[in-house]
Design a protein around this ligand. Structure first.
Ligand code: GLN
Length: 451
């Protein structure tokens, strides 16, 4: 597959050819199930004149059906473009194809989608990860040049690791959330999927920047990363020891090999422990569900998408939401409503906010000595469909990714090899807030070393 960098230098005629070519590939690899349109039995067409880019089904593209892979949003048509979509269009890219995802981005396997399965490009019996599983499978499976996803607790980095591509979550506030269907507003960020680090940096530059329509958008100076990429810088890299200890043998082995390679290349490796990891999952699942319960209250059958038949207003709300949301979404709305309810607010929500500060401080401590943190992305490689039935076990998929969202930091997943079943393994760099240059430079250095 052609890279974004190459595509950016094509003329109009060549891009037209490229689009035809891509459509053919997508049709040939239909079984992958990366695109909602195909899972729906619809024709996928690429209109627009620019370089085609695949978009997760929770980002508004004007006149598209945008459904967050939920039954409740069937029939909804986006009336406007998200900030990132405007950016893409002015950079000469054309959004096409909605990529499959876990319903409302809640999940780690894309199995909670209303539309059905997206398969792992390396093994059709395994999940692509989630929640941006469609975007990861599309790029990793050679049916997209680049794609956009969203990451609330790992939803870009984890599927990128499972599908053998690069996936990056920007610093909170760096990329506009205007037009991203909100899951957990204090954690959500849109970010790029790409075939290599340089493409991810190019796409990151295109979508980044201040947007006054997003009140949490960071209004601070922005310097493009891609033109300044430098893989020769030498870094002090902190490896989080206890992350490695908890990972499966195959993930740990690959990580250790890559740490040796980084050392050899002249980077200084230091070892650090994170003592508060036991709070990560609990903190995340209180804050994320609390915010989700508020954000998802707008889907009432009156304003968006599906509406149930009912005799009165109360029944309309109840039936629409009862029929429209899947089990995982309902579980989270219930949990989130509970932790926000009077009498429990202090015990859960306020406590979680305090724990969030502790987690943030812990990262800041490590960054006093290190330029970058190096960690696994996932405890294991991609698992088989249906093999994780317990929701709590699924939540533990995120142990290496969610703290990064809680602390608002940028992170990137880079492929570092395969397990003995041929499934990809990813490693993660984490950088200081707004230091995306160092993040991408480190990732590029690693990519080069491993080549
Ligand atoms: N797997 C995590 C969850 O289910 C993260 C999802 C995400 O980042 N959107 O909440």
């Amino acid at each position: 597959m052609i890279t974004l960098k190459e595509a950016l230098s094509l003329d109009k005629g060549e891009i037209k050819e490229l689009r035809k070519d891509l459509l053919k590939k997508i049709e040939e690899k239909k079984e992958l199930g990366a695109y909602v349109e195909q899972l729906n039995g619809n024709e996928l067409s690429i209109s627009g004149e620019g370089i085609p880019i695949a978009i997760k089904d929770n980002i508004q593209v004007k006149n598209w059906n945008v459904t967050c892979a939920s039954n409740i949003l069937q029939g909804y048509v986006a009336p406007y473009d998200a900030g990132v979509i405007e950016n893409l269009k002015s950079a000469g890219l054309s959004p096409f194809g909605r990529t499959n995802m876990d319903e409302f981005a809640m999940g780690s396997s894309t199995e909670t989608s209303y539309y059905g399965k997206t398969k792992n490009p390396f093994n059709p019996n395994c999940v692509p990860g989630g929640s941006s599983g469609g975007s990861a499978a599309a790029v990793g499976g050679g049916v997209a040049i680049v794609a956009l996803g969203s990451d609330t607790g790992g939803s870009i980095r984890q599927p990128a690791a499972f599908c053998g591509c690069v996936g990056m979550k920007p610093t909170y506030g760096r990329v506009s959330r205007y037009g991203l269907s909100a899951f957990s507003s204090s954690l959500d960020q849109i970010g790029p999927f790409a075939q290599n680090v340089e493409d991810a940096a190019l796409l990151y530059d295109i979508i980044s920047g201040y947007d006054k329509r997003d009140s949490t958008s960071a209004n601070i100076e922005y310097k493009p990363v891609a033109p300044n990429l430098n893989s020769d810088r030498k870094f002090t890299i902190a490896v989080i020891e206890n992350y490695l200890e908890e990972a499966s043998d195959e993930v740990r082995k690959k990580l250790e090999e890559s740490i040796e390679a980084l050392k050899k290349a002249g980077h200084k490796i230091i070892y650090k422990k994170r003592l508060n990891t036991k709070y990560d999952v609990a903190t995340y699942y209180i804050i994320a569900t609390a915010e989700a319960s508020a954000n998802l209250s707008r889907y009432d059958g009156v304003r968006y998408g599906n509406r149930a038949q009912a005799n009165n207003l109360k029944e309309l709300y109840a039936k629409t939401r009862g029929e429209g949301f899947g089990d995982e979404v309902k579980r989270r709305i219930l949990l989130g409503t509970f932790v926000l309810s009077s009498g429990y607010y202090d015990a859960y929500y306020i406590k979680a906010q305090k724990a969030r500060h502790l987690i943030k401080d812990e990262f800041e401590e490590i960054f006093k000595e290190a330029d970058l943190i190096y960690a696994p992305v996932t405890p294991k490689t991609a698992f088989e469909f249906g093999s994780i039935k317990d929701p709590l076990e699924m939540y533990l998929e995120d142990i290496y990714t969610i703290a990064v969202n809680l602390a608002g930091l940028p992170g990137i997943s880079v492929p570092v090899g395969f397990d003995d079943k041929g499934l990809p393994i990813g490693a993660q760099f984490i950088a200081k807030a707004f230091d995306e240059q160092t993040l991408f430079d480190g990732a590029l250095a690693l990519e080069k070393i491993l080549k």
